[in-house]
Ligand binder design. Structure first.
Ligand code: SF4
Length: 398
């Protein structure tokens, strides 16, 4: 497996696979052809169907000003649902071309080239292998990750944490209507400030965590800077719970960074053995993964053992299985923003169950990840970020 750092990418929303990935691809391709005077980028599959709403064209043009971006909604049998063809020209001469795939979480893969530029850090591929090492060597998960990744990890996680907090603070102070034409109002500030009459402590906790999740997700929808965790669409889940635990429950930052490392490993296992791309496996791969990462992070923060952490992550994913990706208008707004808040609360419930029931579990984390992947592959294409099914269709039918 690669470094867990690559699960967390800092970039502009609203979509890791539709803005961060294409932006990175455009930068890499442009750097290969310094003599080119024109570029053409053709978008296929999910990028062609929802790229407009997700801002793909804008992301590419910010990396290659003047690039011509073409949407090809006809071509089938694609090697990946987020396929792009980059071409560089000098005059009328084609200097070169590359198929580049946006594989989720802002990562890219270039055709016939070895993966992306992230080096392999872990010989292990499955959580079961890591679990065994931790048991054999009496390590907790954060200690294992720290040993494998080396000292640079925590500096990176600190930067990630600062970016997460910034997105919460900005989102809580933002008002107005999100771009894209759906007329969706920003709600984080209202949620944060409007205490109900006679509000119980539990309701307050849920309201504040939801406000944080809305804040980050609205910043994402507004095309501002967020951290993929593991994607832009699901970027509000992990920071909301971590920031609540830090600011309201007093967990220190060094423990938050350990929790982010644990969450990163969960995202890494999912990305390696399944997918974190909504276009490939539906929203279960995005929100399901974020929920799973957050449950593991919180379990780690609470000092639960590695079996309890694994079970928390498994529960969180299991009950997101089958979740479809059907963003209305191709915008990462409905159902995405609200879904981040609900997933944050579900992650907390998963930890509460795992604390008591981990010794009775039957399904391993690796098994639920494999199930998610198969379910995603079985899912009709219209539920995989094409905006051709679900809410995306019903909204206009009504
Ligand atoms: S429905 Fe889920 S997977 Fe699809 S764009 Fe929204 S958050 Fe991402």
């Amino acid at each position: 497996m690669k470094t867990i750092k690559s699960v967390y990418k800092i970039g502009n929303g609203p979509s890791s696979s539709h803005t961060v990935g294409p932006y990175n691809a455009a930068q890499v391709f442009k750097s290969r052809y310094p003599d080119a005077d024109a570029f053409r980028v053709t978008l296929f599959g999910s990028l062609a169907f929802t790229g407009e709403g997700h801002g793909t064209q804008k992301a590419i043009k910010s990396a290659i000003p003047g690039a011509v971006v073409v949407f090809d909604r006809e071509k089938g049998n694609l090697p990946h649902p987020n396929t792009m063809l980059f071409e560089a020209f000098k005059g009328s001469t084609l200097l070169g071309s590359n198929y580049i795939y946006s594989v989720g979480g802002g990562s890219i893969r270039i055709e016939n080239e070895e993966s992306d530029d992230e080096k392999e850090v872990y010989p292990q591929k499955y959580f079961s292998e890591i679990l065994k090492i931790c048991h054999d060597r009496s390590l907790n998960l954060a200690q294992f990750i720290g040993r494998m990744e080396g000292p640079s990890l925590y500096g990176y996680l600190q930067t990630v944490w600062e970016a997460m907090k910034d997105s919460i603070h900005r989102g809580l102070n933002a008002e107005g209507i999100l771009p894209g034409g759906l007329g969706v109002a920003k709600k984080a500030k209202i949620l944060f400030e409007k205490r109900c009459y006679n509000e119980s402590a539990d309701v307050t906790m849920n309201r504040i965590i939801a406000a944080y999740a809305y804040a980050v997700s609205e910043e994402n929808a507004d095309e501002h800077i967020v951290v993929t965790a593991p994607t832009c669409g699901s970027c509000g889940v992990l920071p909301s719970v971590m920031y609540y635990m830090h600011s309201e429950r007093g967990f220190p930052e060094d423990e938050i960074l350990d929790a982010l490392a644990v969450a990163g490993m969960i995202g890494n296992v999912i990305r390696t053995n399944a997918s974190i791309s909504g276009a490939e496996c539906g929203c279960q791969a995005e929100i399901g993964s974020a929920c799973s990462m957050t449950a593991a992070a919180l379990a780690s923060l609470y000092g639960l053992n590695i079996d309890q952490i694994e079970y928390a992550a498994e529960i969180a994913m299991e009950h997101n299985l089958g979740l479809t990706c059907d963003p209305v208008n191709g915008l990462v707004q409905i159902p995405c923003i609200e879904r981040n808040a609900v997933a944050a609360m579900r992650a907390i419930s998963s930890v509460n169950l795992s604390r008591f029931l981990f010794s009775t579990r039957k399904i391993s984390f690796d098994e639920v990840v494999a199930t998610m992947y198969r379910t995603g592959k079985d899912m009709d294409e219209k539920y995989r970020e094409t905006s051709h099914g679900g809410l995306a269709q019903i909204y206009y039918a009504n």
